[in-house]
Design a protein. Sequence first.
Length: 157
Amino acid sequence: MSGLWDQPGVPHKGWQCIDAYDNGEATETCGICGREEIRYVHVMEHPDYPERLDAGCVCAEKMTDDYVGPRQREARMKSKAGRRVRWLTRKWRTSSKGNPFLNTDGFNIAIFQYKNGWKKGKWGFKVGDDFGNKAFASIEEAKMGAFEELWEHLADE
Ligand SMILES: [Zn+2]
């Protein structure tokens, strides 16, 4: 046994996961057991504990007494990471205006170059009817921006 599980005053149940993110690789140690090397971080909060803790999936399950939710979050983060890796090498097509586009997940995703204003020459994206209103230095960066935007849309559903 190690980490915070054995420490007095650390609640074992009743935690809530308030955020989750992907570190890109396993760079962090689970803040509660101190053992797991974690890539996917579940950020945990408890009303009777002063700090937030970064936990791995297994500890997040114990802390919330929920053996479904954390696993789903973890699977979702893994799926996102997998798709992000393949995103740029997907078969982007070229519109009649010469812009790269991709139809996926029910969305038309288009990359375009701003013609006017301070964004002139930079690249933007459109996901469905949503113009991200962001400017990127390269097409690749705009495509990655579109990926994040798409993911937000999928998460809302
Ligand atoms: Zn842990």
